[in-house]
Design a protein around this ligand. Structure first.
Ligand code: PLP
Length: 366
């Protein structure tokens, strides 16, 4: 049995039965209660449950009514959904390089990319900042640039729900943020689900309409919307899991601390953290020059690792028409050659993590 299931399986089964028996599967009390609980946890005025993290991002972009064809700045080192929604919303992704030794946007590269686009007369409308792996991006600096340049800051916190910068939750620095409840995320559903967070009442109202096909009154449509609802079943499950969120977050923190301490003396690198930030790792990734050999070595000894992400978005075939070339975002490209994600989930035991570390030591002969 799934290890986490022993913690809350019985409660989830009861919650699922409650929904099944109620006959209300969409837009009911479970959705409302989850939105209330999570907006309060985030410290924002509004939360809207939606069908996935991808849809949450898309709905924010649509609700902001950004000028069609304008640019949205984002990292190239992220899951494809972050860029996919920009194109779907009729906007253009402009990829920004990373800060050295972090998996997140470089403020300097952000500024340079913005200036370059402005110099060529292009309209830039927003920054989509990702806090990758659960490590907060430089959100204070990025939001200062956005304020100065009158750009919207949207946060993709799909991998970072629960992380903080100076006691302020990641996901509360911009006009809105999107999270994912995909099964491996910090707070996860039993399937697809996501949420939009905002303090803006107009954006909130618009996201609610857009996720219901753009319907502003029964069978009257004011916008081209989508079917982006969240299921009552997922909300009921998420409400149970949210009760255990801090407990699971602490397990993640303990495990991350163990990896960080044990790996510090080895020839692999871990990421730098900005001062006063509190990550909540959803994935634990290291950097190794000899990444592919290390991956095979671990695999041969029964340890499954993943490469998030082997090819940056600016070099993916789907974005070929944007005209990027190899070498355009050198820090990102280097990271893609070195990144390796170790086994990491709340119920991984310290003994299992020790076996991972010992096998890395064996690889390096230390
Ligand atoms: C950084 C990032 N953005 C967006 C998404 C999309 O979320 P979802 O899978 O819920 O659509 C994910 C998760 O898979 C993600 O990791």
């Amino acid at each position: 049995m799934n290890r986490a299931y022993t913690r809350y399986g019985k409660e989830i089964e009861e919650a699922v039965l409650r929904v099944l028996r109620s006959g209300i599967y969409l837009n009911g009390a479970e959705t409302e209660a989850l939105e209330r609980a999570l907006s309060s946890y985030m410290g924002v005025d509004y939360a809207v449950g939606v069908s996935s993290g991808t849809e949450a991002l898309y709905l924010i972009l649509r609700a902001l009514e950004l000028p069609l064809g304008s640019y949205v700045l984002l990292p190239s080192f992220t899951f494809v959904a972050t860029a996919e929604v920009i194109v779907r919303a009729g906007l253009v992704p402009a990829f920004v390089d990373l800060e050295e030794d972090t998996p997140n946007l470089s403020v300097e590269s952000l500024r340079q990319t913005y200036e370059r686009l402005r110099a060529q007369g292009s309209k830039v409308s927003a920054v989509l900042a990702v806090s990758l792996f659960g490590i907060p991006a430089r959100l204070k600096e990025i939001s200062a640039i956005c304020r100065e340049e009158k750009l919207y800051l949207i946060e993709d916190i799909c991998q970072a729900f629960g992380a903080k910068v100076e006691d302020k939750k990641v996901g509360t620095f911009g006009v809105a943020s999107a999270t994912s409840f995909y099964p491996t995320k910090n707070l996860s559903a039993c399937g697809d689900a996501g949420m939009v967070f905002t303090n803006d009442p107009n954006l909130y109202a618009k996201v609610k309409i857009l996720k219901e096909h753009g319907q502003s009154a029964p069978y009257h449509y004011t916008f081209h919307g989508v079917n982006g609802r969240i299921d009552e079943l997922q909300c009921a499950i998420l409400r149970v899991k949210f009760k255990y969120f801090e407990e699971e977050a602490n397990l993640r923190k303990k495990l991350a601390k163990f990896y960080l301490e044990e790996l510090s003396s080895l020839p692999v690198k871990t990421f730098n953290l900005q001062a006063n930030s509190e990550p909540l790792y959803s994935l634990f990734s290291i950097r190794a020059k000899e990444r592919d050999d290390l991956k095979s070595f671990l695999e041969e000894r029964g340890i499954n690792t993943r490469i998030y992400y082997p090819l940056p978005l600016h070099l993916q075939p789907i974005y070929r028409e944007l005209g990027y070339r190899e070498g355009d975002l050198p820090i990102t490209e280097k990271l893609c050659r070195e990144i390796l994600s170790l086994p990491f989930f709340p119920d991984l035991t310290l003994d299992e993590a020790k076996y991972v570390v010992d096998t890395i030591k064996e690889f390096y002969g230390v």
